[in-house]
Ligand binder design. Structure first.
Ligand code: M1P
Length: 236
């Protein structure tokens, strides 16, 4: 039997967008007949904003905040904590103050989630259009890559990876999406595990899980570019 793991943003939905009606119409019957898990960098509340309830309840389990919280049928099964180093927070504050991005900056630039910190120079409380503007600028200036590199070089206990369009995700070593590989393998010791995600490249938010699975037997990693790609891969 195959066990599927799906990433959310960029895979089942466009980043931070609701699942398209046509997508859920085609995906739900397929999902109901399979054993599948969801893993997202976002917290559980954002997952409930983006995915319809019948899709969420058809997953065998939902990992949010990069695997640091696990829900089954709406019930929280576990959650992890993170200890934040003061110096690391000060480094992030300096990046926010010294940014060369000349657009407006918004509040909620450090979002503490269970087991992780999401940091964005722009601020999460920005209007949606500002996300695209910052993302375009960042594609040219690579600010997020520089911040993630600095955190990874200066603070051995943390791992920083690019989030979606505007942010970076910071976890303690081993506290990223990769932690769910063992958790799922323990639940399904003899089954093939197939992970479907869009950011499996080095430094991408799905890379550590993709690598953890590649290092296990009887697994496969499928990289997609969009929800459309997922439908093509599933042939639905
Ligand atoms: O799931 C991918 C990422 O989605 C959001 O990223 P951004 O706000 O940068 O587009 C965040 O929830 C991030 O934590 C997550 O990894």
């Amino acid at each position: 039997m195959n066990i599927y793991i799906f990433d959310m943003d960029g895979t089942l939905t466009l980043p931070r967008q609701k699942m398209e009606k046509d997508f859920s119409y085609r995906f739900l019957p397929w999902l109901k007949m399979r054993l599948a898990y969801l893993v997202a960098g976002s917290n559980y509340e954002k997952i409930t904003e983006q995915l319809p309830p019948d899709i969420i309840s058809s997953f065998s389990g939902v990992y949010s905040s990069m695997g640091n919280v696990f829900h089954q049928k709406g019930v929280e099964i576990y959650r992890n904590d993170i200890k934040l180093n003061k110096e690391m927070l000060q480094t992030l504050e300096r990046f926010r103050k010294s940014t060369e991005y000349n657009g407006k900056l918004y509040t909620n630039y450090m979002e503490l989630r269970p087991g992780m910190l999401n940091f964005t120079v722009l601020g999460r409380n920005c209007p949606f259009a500002e996300r695209a503007k910052y993302h375009e600028w960042d594609n040219i200036h690579h600010e997020r890559e520089k911040i993630a590199k600095a955190i990874n070089e200066q603070f051995d206990e943390y791992v920083a990876t690019l989030g979606g369009k505007i942010s970076i995700d910071i976890v303690t070593k081993g506290g990223g999406k990769e932690q769910i590989a063992e958790h799922i393998r323990a639940r399904h010791p003899n089954d093939k595990i197939i992970f479907i995600a869009d950011r499996t490249e080095v430094g991408g938010s799905d890379y550590t899980l993709a690598e953890a699975l590649r290092n296990m037997e009887n697994t496969e990693v499928i990289t997609v570019k969009s929800p459309e790609d997922v439908l093509s891969y599933l042939n639905i």
